[in-house]
Design a protein around this ligand. Structure first.
Ligand SMILES: [Zn+2]
Length: 117
């Protein structure tokens, strides 16, 4: 039976990989949600949905419910039904495909979960 060396090495590799992924996700949140070092910001709702991995996306890149999509903050100009329709749940097949791709290369996960349709 092999000693703990190979297991420890694999554990540390996974640990480092996960740490890198979490840093990448946090940096993405800082730059895209808070807007650090970025002139043009994305839909805040889309960024948060991706960050929280809700398996939902903002259709058309405009949610009608955040300060980026409605810069004058006059949210009442858009009906609630329009704001609801702006966010859709991904099909289970799409989620499964994304998870499969993500598991094949964990370094991709930071970017795959933040995509917009
Ligand atoms: Zn928005």
């Amino acid at each position: 039976m092999p000693g703990p060396g190979p297991y420890l090495k694999e554990l540390m590799r996974l640990h480092d990989e996960r740490q890198q992924n979490e840093r990448s996700n946090f940096e993405y949140l800082l730059t895209h949600y808070i807007g650090v070092n970025q002139e043009q910001r994305q839909c805040l709702r889309a960024v948060l949905l991706g960050y929280l991995k809700t398996n939902e996306v903002v259709v058309g890149g405009k949610c009608y419910g955040c300060s980026v999509c409605v810069p004058d903050l006059n949210f009442q100009q858009y009906p609630v039904s329009l704001r609801r329709q702006a966010v859709v749940r991904l099909m289970p097949e799409t989620v499964a495909l994304m998870e499969k791709i993500e598991s094949s290369n964990p370094l991709l996960s930071a970017n795959l979960t933040k995509m917009q349709i």
